[in-house]
Design a protein around this ligand. Structure first.
Ligand code: GDP
Ligand code: MG
Length: 443
């Protein structure tokens, strides 16, 4: 039976369960599994090598999180690295400062250029309120113009064409002019493809690029073509300097390894994914979804997410206990600040506590991100005793703390006030919670 990489990794790492750290030997074994799986998923071998080395570096010596098995933890690292490699953020379509935005679709024959031209136009109109016009610049296959015309009719969207005996470079030039005259903010050029990358095709595309200066050159690549897709992308990018990639036919049974390699080899973002033949089956590319697909580990990921939530809950419970006893100190405060980057603002953390979301005036306790450095410096300039009992900080100590932290006495005062407000609010909150608990007990 088919085992996903996620499952294999879990098994490999099962035996180090209970150990405190992931050892080098464990990671070596794991790396072998990752390597095989990526190669199986059609990822370029150079990319695999680099990738596995990165994962190794990150995974060796890592503390094993309480709520994750080592296998899950390694999967988490692999998933994070995969996502990062494909670009962690969704990319957008560039828009011209002076309309129309010109988008040129390029790629081999059969990759899905014409289909994607229509899909993208539909997407931009629906989701981005654009008014696209399409240009039929594939004159080598008469049916290509008909195909785009049919799609244009289906979408009720204008298609510019001039037949098959005119130079495609002239067609796109006049097409863009026409779009400008008719106030279309976007024009998408459907160009010709060949079975292989050849000089004539590239020369024509280069000429086209020079003549209309597109804001985007999107390379359309068939995900089912695996390793070939990688070579094609490399060639197109070298000769034409593409701005992004649309990966089509991801509705097929490919593992999608091509996505990873294309991104790594061209360093250009994959912007959209074709998920079927229908006109609305185009989606912005989601790197994290593709990462899970490559590893075949949907379920494992949700498990890991859950485990992480548990960790957060544990921290929240600890904090809650402190609040109940109203013995929150500046050390706790500092610890919270350290967590701000990984866990979101203190406000959010407090928001996880029962009853906290009902508190008004939460906003006053907000820690401004740009102020975090300042706050940290101030707290670190306090003595141990002062951190626990800030009331003992007198005027001369305030001056010393300000000096030691490179801030002003006003900054110190502001922080002390904020801290006091926070404590007050917490007392209020705990008494509210206590009240409820009391009532429940009483019944
Ligand atoms: P072009 O030669 O690059 O213009 O390719 P076409 O747009 O004519 O598409 C070639 C074939 O691929 C057509 O049969 C399309 O319906 C099909 N196709 C395009 N995109 C997708 C996709 O995302 N999924 C599937 N299943 N088929 C697609
Ligand atoms: Mg076509």
């Amino acid at each position: 039976a088919f085992e996903s990489l996620a499952e294999r990794l879990q098994q490999t790492m099962q035996k180090i369960k209970g150990k405190g750290k992931v050892s080098e030997a464990d990671v070596k074994e794991m790396a072998r599994e990752v390597r095989l799986a990526l190669l199986e998923a059609d990822v370029n071998f150079k990319v695999v090598k680099q990738f596995v080395n990165r994962v190794k570096e990150r995974a060796v010596g890592q503390e094993v999180m309480k709520s994750l098995t080592p296998g899950q933890q390694v999967i988490k690292v692999v998933n994070e690295e995969l996502t990062a490699l494909m670009g962690s953020e969704e990319s957008k379509i560039e828009t011209a400062s002076k309309p129309p935005t010109v988008i040129m679709m390029v790629g081999l024959q059969g990759a899905g250029k014409t289909t994607t031209t229509a899909k993208l136009a539909n997407y931009l109109r629906k989701k981005k309120n654009k008014t696209p016009m399409l240009v039929a610049a594939d004159i080598y296959r008469p049916a290509a113009i008909d195909q785009l015309n049919t799609l244009g009719k289906q979408l009720d969207m204008p298609v510019y064409s001039e037949g098959t005996d005119v130079s495609p470079v002239d067609i796109v030039k006049r097409g863009v002019e026409k779009a400008k005259e008719e106030h279309h903010d976007t024009v998408i050029l459907d160009t010709a493809g060949r079975l292989h990358v050849d000089e004539n095709l590239m020369d024509e595309l280069k000429e086209m690029k020079a003549s209309v200066n597109p804001d985007e050159i999107l390379l359309v690549v068939d995900a089912m073509t695996g390793q070939d897709a990688v070579n094609v992308s490399e060639q197109f990018n070298e000769l034409l300097e593409i701005s992004g990639v649309v990966l089509t036919k991801l509705d097929g049974d490919t593992r999608g390894g091509a996505a990873l390699s294309i991104r790594a080899v061209t360093e250009k973002p994959i912007k959209f994914a074709g998920m079927g033949e229908k006109i609305d089956q185009l989606e912005p590319f989601h790197p994290e979804r593709m990462a899970s697909r490559i590893l075949g580990m949907g379920d494992v990921l949700s498990l890991i997410e859950k485990a992480q939530t548990n960790v957060d809950e544990e921290k929240a419970k600890e904090l809650e206990a402190k609040l109940r006893n109203a013995d929150l100190t500046f050390d706790d405060f500092l610890e919270q600040i350290d967590q701000v980057k990984s866990m979101g603002p203190l406000e959010d953390l407090l928001g996880m506590l029962p009853g906290a979301n009902k508190m008004k005036g939460m906003k006053n306790m907000q820690v401004d991100d740009s102020q975090i450095g300042k706050v940290e410096a101030i707290v670190r300039s306090m003595t141990k005793q002062e951190k626990v009992e800030p009331k003992i900080i007198n005027a001369s100590r305030k001056r010393r703390i300000a000096k030691g932290s490179g801030t002003t006495v006003q900054d110190v005062n502001k922080l002390l006030k904020q801290f006091e407000d926070m404590k007050k609010m917490m007392k209020q909150m705990t008494s509210q919670m206590g009240g409820k608990a009391g009532k429940r007990k009483g019944k």
